[in-house]
Design a protein around this ligand. Structure first.
Ligand code: DSN
Length: 393
């Protein structure tokens, strides 16, 4: 690069990434091919609109790229183009979720989503997000004892509040979600069911987590977590006489965005091809095995794992343990000093502040990409335990 300042910083970041154990549940390491697509000449192209209906000329190749990306997206999740539509233009996860609400929920309408403290995302209607300002959140949480979603409570709440849309999905909930139950609840109150599978999309693609497509009206996902692609998003909508997909396409463009980022779209296409392989299935299975090994060993070492374990790539560790342990901020800082990168996280019923909550969130997708197996994660658990039990000087 001619710009030595930026080049030096990129090289330093590359070194940092190589030198740490990365347990951030929403990060991963992409392939050289994904990086090549991201850094290609596609970034020069403006193509407002959709394939075959653009507002700019010169779309011969970018139309093919976007169509191929959409075909691959449907194929990977076992969907047919007559029943499902996919939009691959949303710039990332938050704008994808906002586009769905913009398309389907009137201003002031109700979004029923998991509250932030129990594992929901900001864009599931939380008050500081635009999704909690333009629309009203009807928050639900987990059962205070089991720390698992209580579908009976959700049903009661939905019947009382009559939300326009119910969001099943999370950023910090380690368990399997029962999409069938969510669909029954949504149908009983006339709400759309949206599943935000951002965290577990790669696990669904790999066949190790239940597919939401049997039950959802809309499925949103980022493409950079367990799916191991570029920072971007996709929105799948069921095709039926409600014509949801038309409303969502319009919400993405021209509702929220101008030109799509075609370099990202090409990189998603590359990711989807990589994910449609036996090797990726094996990878997804290993993510799960590794998460169980990490969670099991931490429990053996005396740490409390929220909900007693995990069914996914994600683990919520209670580091505070009612004052017997340490806060999430100190835990995160100490681990970083010891070469392990995590994020501090609230746990269900947390009374501490989000800046220094009671726990940390761990994920196994990134280190599994680097070839780590169960025995390596047992060692990582022991390292975490040692670091957290050693008082800082
Ligand atoms: N998706 C969030 C995460 O899980 O890290 C960030 O918005």
């Amino acid at each position: 690069m001619k710009d030595k300042q930026i080049e030096k910083l990129i090289v330093s970041e590359k070194k940092r990434q190589k030198g740490v154990i990365n347990l951030i549940a929403s990060e991963n390491y992409v392939s050289e091919d994904v990086l090549k697509a991201l850094g290609s000449e596609l970034t020069n192209k403006y193509a407002e609109g959709y394939p075959g209906a653009r507002y700019y000329g010169g779309n011969e190749f970018v139309d093919k790229i976007e169509n191929l990306c959409k075909e691959r997206a449907l194929k990977l999740f076992g969907l047919t183009g007559s029943k499902w539509h996919v939009n691959v233009q949303a710039l990332s996860g938050s704008p994808a979720n906002v586009a769905v609400y913009l398309g389907l929920v009137p201003v002031g309408g109700k979004i029923m989503g998991m509250n932030l403290q129990d594992g929901g995302h900001l864009t599931h209607g939380y008050k500081v997000s635009i999704t909690g300002k333009v629309w009203q959140q009807v928050p639900f949480g987990v059962d205070s004892k089991t720390e698992i979603i209580d579908y009976g409570e959700i049903k009661k709440l939905a019947e009382k509040e009559k939300p326009n849309i119910i969001v099943a999905g999370f950023t910090a909930y380690p368990r399997i979600v029962d999409f069938k139950k969510f669909k029954e609840i949504a149908d009983s109150v006339g709400a759309y069911l949206m599943v935000d599978m951002s965290h577990f999309a790669g696990l669904v693609a790999g066949g190790v987590y239940p597919t939401p497509f049997k039950y959802a009206d809309v499925v949103t996902t980022t493409t950079h977590k367990t799916l191991r692609g570029p920072r971007s998003a996709m929105i799948f909508s069921k095709i039926d006489d409600r014509e949801i997909y038309k409303k969502i396409d319009k919400a993405v463009f021209p509702g929220l965005q101008g030109g799509p980022h075609l370099n990202q779209i090409a990189a998603i296409a590359v990711t989807l091809k990589e994910a449609d392989t036996p090797a990726f299935k094996k990878y997804a299975g290993q993510i799960l095995k590794n998460a169980k090994a990490l969670s099991g060993e931490l429990q053996k070492l005396g740490w409390r794992i929220v909900s007693g374990g995990t069914d996914s790539h994600l683990i919520l560790m209670d580091t505070w343990m009612d004052g017997k342990g340490i806060g999430g901020k100190v835990a995160g800082d100490r681990l970083e000093a010891g070469g392990i990168i995590v994020n501090k996280n609230t746990i269900p019923g947390d009374t501490r502040s989000p800046m220094d909550p009671s726990g940390i969130r761990l994920g196994t997708a990134a280190e599994t990409t680097r070839g780590k197996k169960e025995k390596d994660f047992v060692k990582i658990a022991q390292k975490i335990d040692k670091i957290l039990k050693t008082k800082s000087k």
